[in-house]
Every structure is written in C-alpha cells, then in structure tokens.
Ligand binder design. Sequence first.
Ligand SMILES: Cc1cc2nc3c(=O)[nH]c(=O)nc-3n(C[C@H](O)[C@H](O)[C@H](O)COP(=O)(O)OP(=O)(O)OC[C@H]3O[C@@H](n4cnc5c(N)ncnc54)[C@H](O)[C@@H]3O)c2cc1C
Length: 480
Amino acid sequence: MRQLIYPMKEQYEEFLIDESKFTGFADSISFPESEEEIQEVLRVLKNENVPVTIQGGKTGITGAAVPEGGHVMNLSHMDKVKSSVLLEDGTGRITVEPGINRIDLDKEIAAAFRRNPQFWPPDPTETSATVGGIAATGAQGISRLLYGSSRKYIESVRLVDVDGHVITAGREEKLTLPSGRVIDWIDAVLGKEGITGVISELTLKLLPKPESVWGIAFFFCKTAEAGRFVDMLRQDLPECENAAIAAVEYIDREAIGQIEKHKNVMTKIKELPDVGEGIEGMVYIELHGVEEEIEMLAESLMESAMVCGSNPDEAWAVSGEADVERLHAFRHGAAETANLYIEEARRNDARITKLGTDMAVSDMPFSEVLANVKEDLEDVGLRGCVFGHAMENHLHVNILPDDYDDYVKGISLIRKWVSEVREHHGQIVLEHGIGKLKRRILDGLLPEQHVKLCGELKAELDAGNVWNRGNITGGKADRV
Ligand SMILES: Cc1cc2nc3c(=O)[nH]c(=O)nc-3n(C[C@H](O)[C@H](O)[C@H](O)COP(=O)(O)OP(=O)(O)OC[C@H]3O[C@@H](n4cnc5c(N)ncnc54)[C@H](O)[C@@H]3O)c2cc1C
C-alpha cells in the first residue's frame, strides 16, 4: 500500500486553518482515496491513540476542521461519483464520495441526468465546500426558504467509526443512546461536525431542475425601506402554483462596499454595474418555476418594492442560469469579502478571527431586527457588514475590526445579541455549526439541548474522544 500518513511539514500549513481564520497545529496528515485507506490510517493511528481531525474543503467558518494536535484526515481526494439513478417519481439519486465539492457535484449531476435535468438544493454558495462538509455542518444556504433543510436531501451516509467499522446511517436505522433516547442513525452524523466519525459516502436526493430561474436585486436608499419591504413579504409572500420565491437575501451598504472593493478580481461579478452611492440596502430575490408564473410573481414584487421606495428602473432583473449565477455570486461576495477583510486584519494582529453571527428570531419584524443590529453597532463604535436570509430573520452580522480592541468589543456585542436571541427563544446556531471558535466565543450561551445530545453521542460512539476533539463539546486535544 502507498504511504498514507505524512509528517506535518510547512507544505501542509494551509491544512491548519479554515475560512474562520482560526488556526491550529498537528503532527501528521493523510489524504485517503478510498474507504479502505481511511480504515488503514485509523488502524495505524489507533495503536498510538492519536486524535483525528476530519477535513473537507476547509470552507467552514467556525474552526471545526482545524486540528488542535494529532492527525488531520483530509477527504478532498475522495471526490468520485459511485452511482446515479432516476426514480419513477422523477427525482434522482446520486451516491458520491464525501470530498466532492459543490461545483464538481453540479457538473456530475448535469452529466448524469442530461435528459431529465436535476439539482441538489443545499447551496451554501461557497462552491469549494464538499458534500461531506455540508452534511457534517448542516450547511443550508440561500434557497432553504423554498426547499428546506439540507437534511431532507441526504438520504443516507456511510460512516467509518473509531474502530474502522462501517455503519450505514439512514432514517430506518435507529440508534438508542444511554439516556434511552432513540434517534435516526443519520442524525448521529448530520450537523454533528464530525464528532462521531468519518462520512465515507453519501446518497443524495435530487430534484428536477426548475424550468426557469430569475434573479432580481432591489435597491433601497434607506435601511428602513428595505426592512419594510421584507416585512411586507414576511406578512404576505406572493404565491403561484407553478413558481415560487426561492430566496430573499438582504445585503447592507457596508457589505456592498466590501464587495465593490474587490469586484474587479471577482470574475463572475466584475461586469455588474456599480451600486449607486446613495443606496443603503439591497434585497436579492430568486424565483424558480414556470416562466409565465415567475413573471406574475416578479410583477407583484416590483409593486411591493416600489411602495417601499425602491425604483423599479434601477433594479437588476435577470433570467437564465448564467445571469442569475452572477447575482448569486454578488450575494456570495458579501460573505467572501467579509472573510477577506479578516484575512487582512490578521496581518496586523494574528489573534483576530472571523466574528460572525448565525442567529434568528422569528417573532419580530425584520425591520426591527435590522434596526437593532445597526443601532448596536453604532453605539459601540464598531463596523460590521450585515447580510443574510431575510425572510427567516436569519442575519449574518460580520464584525469588521480595525484592531484587537475592536475584536474584543465585537465578541461582547455578539454575546449580547446571542443572549437577547435566547431570551426571545430564537436560534443561535443554524447553519454554520459551533466548531472550536464559537465554543469559545459563546461559552455559556450555546444551545443546551444540542450540546447535550452531542455529549451523549460522543460518549456512545467515541468515548476516547478521537474524532474532532474540541468541536461543540470541547475536550481540548493534547499535543501528541
Ligand atoms: C464565503 C463563504 C460563504 C458561505 N456561505 C454559507 C451559507 O450561506 N450557508 C451555510 O450554511 N454555510 C456557508 N458557508 C460555510 C461553509 O461553506 C460550510 O460550512 C461548508 O459546508 C463546509 O464544508 P467543507 O467541505 O469546507 O467542510 P470543512 O470546513 O472542511 O469542515 C467542516 C466540518 O465538517 C466536518 N467534515 C468535513 N468532511 C467530513 C466528512 N467526510 N466526515 C465527517 N465530517 C466531515 C469537519 O470535520 C468539520 O467539522 C460559507 C463559507 C464561505 C467561505
């Protein structure tokens, strides 16, 4: 068998960090190319009781794939399609290795289902995210509004456990925990950030591609106007039988500014016009379905946006996959450039990491949530870009610190917001996970039920705390 485990040298430095910019350390690394190679690596490491950190594309934003000692098992070389099939109900299934990334998955699906085009709905917009990473973090993305959670589109997974045994984890198979609680096996894996084992294969549920896709970006001169527009949609979302609103995303002025700063080097969006300086907020809407009915929805949206002060002549409205992808990429740019900002800030102070929220309260108008966030940022004198899934009040506020003092202030502000969201019975971890970074930043404020379940799963499936030490439940790894 070929050499599988390599000592951690400078050439592997990029595997000690993820997109949160949280950094770690490790002694060795492997890039298995098959389930058998995963098992072989585990066999060797087990003799020495080495902790293992699992990695996909390292696009995670909570440090969950960052090692704190031990071994890094990077799955990006396991990127093949195993099989695909079209079912009688018109939906497809594709079985893939975990390291296939979002962009290659799309290409493989297009090739496999040429006559009956299909797609996989979970879309965290970052195309280098792997399917294994999406499953392990429970990443969702912008069209969760229409299609629901990523869990719905993962039928089963193969999981290699700490002893190298392979378990097929689906919805039929049940797992009884020491507390007596019974869960679907798949829920011991999805969203558990790799603390229960390595996903070595996934069977994904696909849907027929919508006949047509449109993207519309509405611009507002005042934050409150954008807020009011979303409030109107939250109260009464236009509906049609054969078309639907798939995403409603908010992007604020600060995020637009960050995108425009980097626009020239972002291939997909560099041809888009500049956003006028007087614009304080943008609402990006994606529509999927039958062309004529999309047109009806679009008209209704235009009217509502106009009532709220948006000039329809200034809206960007496009149809067709290629053009919609450019607007989609603009929205993605909000997250990407916030991460770039942190990368730059770290050049002055390496203690700085990403500080972003993943919270939602359902019982407040969006305009109020937005106004509160903006006011708080101003009160404490911090810059932050605000974007996210507006219909669900699910905002990602990214603090943009000038220096370490700002960073510390940012942590306090995020803790304050999280406390408030908890008081409103909202959610504080929705799609990014907890990893190692949020476990530290949100110490004492993490969702108890979820952490408790993860603790039980750890005790049952990985009592030696081999997998992804430090994620969610803690247990800091020692240097070995
Ligand atoms: C610019 C940008 C925008 C983003 N936007 C969104 C968004 O809109 N919505 C959203 O939800 N997320 C978003 N993300 C977050 C990110 O893309 C996801 O968290 C992603 O799913 C992680 O996939 P990955 O392959 O990079 O995993 P990694 O970062 O490598 O790992 C993430 C976690 O998954 C575990 N893992 C990876 N592979 C396996 C495996 N085979 N078996 C077991 N565990 C595994 C790791 O151990 C770790 O705990 C964004 C990220 C970036 C950089």
